[in-house]
Design a protein around this ligand. Structure first.
Ligand SMILES: NC(=O)c1ccc[n+]([C@@H]2O[C@H](COP(=O)([O-])OP(=O)(O)OC[C@H]3O[C@@H](n4cnc5c(N)ncnc54)[C@H](OP(=O)(O)O)[C@@H]3O)[C@@H](O)[C@H]2O)c1
Length: 409
């Protein structure tokens, strides 16, 4: 996969010198407002209501929560998964408020491309987030990107869209946000490597025998972070770190070999960058997504977060680091291999993983069979051109049905 040059997203920051003025609120759309990231973003905005104007909120199926958010923020447009949910949502809104309610892929795309919107938070989960993220990139928006799957599926397409439209991406993922902050003001030629940290998830100390019997509840009980179900399982398998390695290559224009991963159980150092002079810059902070979200919302300024307790380093006391155990957690290597193989392998990786995680959450696949299913799909895939959104969605759908068949064989 050809690499982008330098810190291409960072150096292209439109208006990076301008602050958010209270008399000129930033016009905002949140895709995935009912999810973990969406709700954290609303928590940050609640601390600075005068700095933002909410234009649109998009949920999936949770229309009760979306209605509650809509009543509070009163955006002019709402989006949900399908037409029947849209009708139900309309019933839940007060009589003095009648926003436009759109639905499905086209609905999400129209919300992401609202002409007045400046900043789009992309926080839908999985491949479902790709069409709206790509639409926002084509429309020249500033995108606060949580939906890492978009980049994994269509990194080159999104990068080209950003180049042509002047759109830019601010990374919400805590690791990439840490790298982004550490790289500001640096020359890309000085960067030696990026070191992503991983908590290791709830199973980091288990052996193969213990892993064979782990339950969904255990997988969802992340030791440090509170997150949605899919990313919690991805963290437990280390696929999340695999997706993040790919995300780092694409965001910061570095080769696979220059993105390392270290297990850091305390989740205090959110990532590091090493420069040519052997300096290491690390970003530390509380393990709370409001930190990177607020950085993206306020960029280039920092927004105060009064509701968040400061990190007490005396309490934390120890910072430890170790190498990932790739034999027991093969998803990290599978992601690296897929990235090296090419764009269609990344689509297969992501689709097989989404299917495997869904089956695991429904208790139809064991934890150890998640990487087995992904490996099977990758081994069978000969590679094919990925030159449009349609080709990505088509291969995704074909892989998901192949993965389902493998799981019920
Ligand atoms: N949570 C974290 O701490 C964290 C950290 C870094 C990156 N991320 C990334 O951020 C993204 C969101 O994660 P999350 O943890 O916030 O997930 P989540 O809690 O499961 O929320 C997902 C959001 O996407 C919506 N959604 C689900 N299926 C959809 C579909 N088919 N079409 C459109 N919208 C759909 C959900 O709507 P309903 O709930 O209304 O159905 C919800 O608003 C993921 O890509 C994840 O990897 C998350």
């Amino acid at each position: 996969m050809p690499m982008p040059n330098g810190f291409n997203y960072i150096s292209a920051v439109p208006g990076s010198g301008s602050s958010i003025a209270a008399d000129n609120p930033r016009r905002l759309v949140i895709l995935g407002s009912t999810g973990s990231i969406g709700q954290s973003a609303l928590g940050v905005i609640r601390e600075h209501p005068e700095r933002f104007r909410m234009l649109g909120l998009a949920g999936g199926r949770n229309i009760r929560l979306l209605a509650e958010q809509a009543r509070q923020w009163r955006p002019g447009m709402l989006a949900v998964l399908d037409a029947s949910l849209a009708r139900e949502l309309a019933e839940l809104l007060p009589p003095d408020y009648s926003p436009e309610i759109v639905h499905g892929k086209e609905g999400y795309e129209s919300l992401a491309t609202l002409p007045e919107a400046e900043l789009v938070i992309s926080a839908q989960v999985g491949a479902a987030g790709l069409p709206a993220t790509l639409a926002a990139a084509r429309a020249g928006k500033v995108i606060a990107l949580a939906n890492k799957e978009s980049l994994v599926l269509a990194g080159n397409m999104i990068r080209e869209a950003c180049r042509q439209s002047g759109a830019m991406i601010l990374p919400v993922d805590s690791e990439h946000n840490a790298v982004f902050q550490s790289l500001r003001g640096e020359k890309s030629s000085s960067l030696k490597q990026i070191i992503l940290t991983a908590s290791g998830g709830p199973f980091r100390d288990l052996d193969a025998a213990d892993l064979a019997g782990v339950t969904v509840r255990q997988a969802l009980a992340h030791p440090n972070w509170s997150m949605g179900a899919k990313i919690s399982v991805d963290s437990a398998t280390l696929m999340n770190k695999g997706l993040e390695v790919i995300e780092a290559c694409l965001l910061f224009g570095v080769e696979l070999e220059r993105v390392a991963v270290l297990i850091h159980p305390q989740s205090i150092v959110h990532s590091l960058v090493e420069f040519e002079d052997r300096s290491l810059l690390a970003h530390m902070g509380p393990a709370d997504m409001r930190v990177p979200i607020s950085y993206c919302l306020g960029f280039p300024d920092r927004l105060g977060l009064q509701s968040l307790a400061p990190l007490d380093l005396l309490q934390a006391a120890t910072l430890s680091f170790s190498a990932p155990r790739s034999t027991l957690f093969p998803c990290l290597d599978l992601a690296r291999q897929a990235f090296a193989s090419g764009p269609s392998h990344l689509v297969v990786l992501n689709a097989a993983n989404e299917t495997a995680v869904d089956l695991f959450l429904k208790e139809k696949l064991s934890f150890m069979n998640i990487p087995a299913l992904i490996r099977h799909c990758l081994d069978e895939h000969p590679g094919e051109p990925m030159d449009s959104l349609e080709s990505i969605l088509d291969l995704s759908a074909r892989t998901q049905s192949r993965a389902q068949n493998w799981a019920v064989r």
